[in-house]
Ligand binder design. Structure first.
Ligand code: FES
Length: 103
């Protein structure tokens, strides 16, 4: 599986958030509380981008209908969220000072 580089590790800081497109896949790289998360940039509810979502310590809340997702595993945290898929999560990989993922 090839490594897809997204960003220099040294560019990451708490509050970092940037979207990427790789092979037609919309991604969102987040650095929060010293940890990096890579998720599909698509809400599991109505599929809107999550660029403007609110970040919490280990979760993200979509700004459309305020459904919150766990950044570690993509699970829906909001009770009674109705028809909503979990977020697609990607494991980050660091190679030669670059953070990215394999696909
Ligand atoms: S589209 Fe994200 S919560 Fe509804």
């Amino acid at each position: 599986m090839p490594f897809h580089s997204l960003e220099k590790v040294e560019a990451l800081h708490d509050g970092y958030q940037r979207s990427f497109e790789v092979n037609g896949l919309q991604l969102l790289l987040i650095h929060q509380q010293g940890r990096s998360y890579l998720i599909e940039n698509r809400c599991g509810h109505f599929g809107v981008p999550l660029d403007r979502a609110t970040l919490y310590e280990q979760s993200i809340e979509c700004n459309q209908h305020y459904i919150r997702f766990d950044l570690n595993n993509g699970e829906v945290l909001t009770p009674n969220a109705g028809q909503c898929d979990p977020l697609r999560i990607f494991e980050t990989v660091i190679e030669d000072g670059q953070i990215g993922f394999t696909l």
